[in-house]
Design a protein around this ligand. Structure first.
Ligand SMILES: NC(=O)c1ccc[n+]([C@@H]2O[C@H](COP(=O)([O-])OP(=O)(O)OC[C@H]3O[C@@H](n4cnc5c(N)ncnc54)[C@H](O)[C@@H]3O)[C@@H](O)[C@H]2O)c1
Ligand SMILES: [Zn+2]
Ligand SMILES: [Zn+2]
Length: 337
């Protein structure tokens, strides 16, 4: 099989021929159909986070494919099922986080395309308990972006408390942001979209954002405060400066949900203002298997639109360049069929 492999940080990925893996007990072998390119894969290939993956590794955690073989202990999955392989490759299943609906915080978790080989390949093995079934009517090229960009922002919107009567700032209308905007609207919030490229600002309008702000030319915090301030802000831009702007845009009692992970980012809190304004800053990491099932259900009902550009796996390096240069609108998805 062909796989795109990170052989060392900050080097182009190599397309290699690899042996198709055999599913061990509790594993399924998936013939990949589609795999989304998340900005996290770019961080992984650059090794720019405090916890680094160990090369050589195969990135990719928005993998959709068909189960072709399976090991023992996978009775609930059948050969021929279409499944999603997400960031949470597996968790321990018995710690307090796992048993209380917070498996995404399990300290024993392994992550697809980071600590275990991911989905930038024609086949992948995955833990049968952690793949999520994809409803048959969903196009695999749409299902891929939902598997990280979708579930992560769906969860972040839940965590934020966005709802009717609330004003939600979505900072960054990229792969994640274009879906966050839709989930915030589904939740009933008034939405403010922010980005720095014309295409993404246009997309925000098209997707029904109530207000659109160009961070290149406008003072985001001032503009949002002029509207009355944000009750919730969801930070999805790979930009350190955007974190400050999102925090400063909050109104009293507002909540900032940190999702994007720019390298070396930090946010210094002005304690006096933070206390007197009763603000909250929280983090949100992907979503559970149940959240992903809900995301697929919403999509099947026609409530969300996945904006995507499809390419071949051999275009992986130019694809990364294009994302970094802001030339991809929505999500870039590799068609692996
Ligand atoms: N917490 C999680 O669970 C989780 C999950 C997936 C991805 N992520 C992280 O989220 C981030 C975004 O991922 P993505 O795949 O959507 O990336 P992306 O590159 O598709 O989107 C980022 C967007 O931010 C915009 N942007 C850049 N600077 C900006 C600024 N100053 N103000 C407003 N917008 C700006 C870009 O134009 C782009 O549209 C990455 O750091 C990724 O690693 C986190
Ligand atoms: Zn991701
Ligand atoms: Zn656990």
């Amino acid at each position: 099989m062909k796989a795109a492999v990170v052989t060392d940080f900050n080097r182009p990925l190599e397309i290699q021929d690899r042996v198709i893996p055999l599913p061990a007990a509790h594993q399924v072998l998936v013939r990949m159909e589609a795999s989304g390119l998340c900005h996290t894969d770019i961080h992984a290939a650059a090794g720019d986070w405090p916890v680094r993956p160990v090369p050589p590794f195969v990135p990719g955690h928005e993998g959709i494919g068909i189960v072709e073989d399976k090991g023992e202990g996978t009775g609930h999955i059948h050969v021929g099922d279409r499944v999603a392989i997400a960031w949470l490759a597996e968790a321990c299943g018995h710690c307090d986080h796992c048993v209380s609906g917070w498996e995404t915080l399990c300290e024993q978790q392994r992550n697809s395309g980071y600590s275990v080989d991911g989905c930038f390949s024609e086949y992948a093995v995955a833990h049968g308990d952690y793949v999520v079934r994809v409803p048959g009517v969903i196009d695999p090229l749409d299902a891929a972006p939902l598997t990280c960009a979708g579930v992560t922002t769906y969860k972040a919107v839940k965590v934020s408390g966005a709802g009717p009567g609330k004003r939600a700032l979505i900072s960054g209308i990229g792969g994640l942001g274009h879906l966050a905007l839709q989930y915030a609207r589904i939740a009933g919030a008034e939405t403010v979209a922010v980005d720095i490229t014309d295409d993404k600002l246009r997309l925000a309008h098209e997707l029904g954002a109530d207000h659109v702000i160009d961070a290149r030319t406008q003072d985001v915090a001032r503009q949002v405060r002029a509207l009355g301030g944000a009750d919730v802000a969801i930070s999805l831009a790979v930009s350190n400066a955007s974190l400050r702007a999102a925090y400063d845009a909050l109104r009293r009692h507002g909540t900032l949900v940190l999702v994007a992970l720019p390298a070396d980012a930090s946010l210094e809190l002005p304690v006096f203002e933070h206390v007197l304004d009763g603000k909250t800053v929280t983090g949100s990491i992907v979503g559970t298997r149940q959240d992903l099932a809900e995301v697929f259900r919403l999509h099947r009902l026609g409530r969300t639109r996945v904006i995507r550009e499809q390419r071949r796996l051999k275009q992986v390096n130019e694809s990364i360049e294009d994302i970094l240069a802001g030339r991809v609108t929505g999500r870039l998805v590799f068609d692996l069929r």
